[in-house]
Ligand binder design. Structure first.
Ligand SMILES: [Zn+2]
Length: 141
């Protein structure tokens, strides 16, 4: 877990309950630790699952239960593109590759109209975040 992921961000538009987006990374990290502890109960010893693999497993498992990770930090986004984000949260609409994985708009920063990437969306929909000014990129900790 890098400090980048702890960066304070504006909140995304909430999902329709009971689905929800985690408020911060602490709950997610607790779930990752619980998953690792459970693994160790079945396979005690020095072998460890890769932390990144456990994070992916927990992300996928939580998403199926309607609980999604917080949006990625501004610093981790592609600096060449619009910073608007969209969470594909409908399991019937998205395949496993995209479901529960935040998507960044692929258009130029400051573009007009709706956001486009592997999915298209408009600001204000549940699970979206509008583009943030590049000046925010310095981050707030
Ligand atoms: Zn955009």
């Amino acid at each position: 877990m890098t400090d980048d992921r702890r960066q304070v961000l504006p909140k995304p538009v909430p999902l329709d309950p009971p689905a929800r987006i985690l408020e911060d990374w602490d709950e997610f990290n607790a779930a990752v630790h619980a998953a690792k502890d459970a693994t160790h109960r079945f396979h005690p010893g020095p072998q460890n699952l890769d932390h990144g693999i456990v994070e992916e497993m927990v992300t996928a498992a939580l998403a199926v239960a309607g609980v999604f990770t917080p949006p990625p930090a501004l610093a981790s986004l592609d600096p060449e593109c619009c910073t608007a984000l969209c969470l594909p949260y409908d399991a019937e609409q998205f395949d496993a590759e995209m479901f529960g994985v935040w998507q960044q708009c692929g258009e130029d920063p400051g573009h007009d109209g709706d956001h486009e990437g592997d999915v298209g969306w408009a600001d204000g929909l549940p699970g979206t975040m509008p583009a943030r000014p590049v000046g925010d990129r310095a981050g707030r900790h």
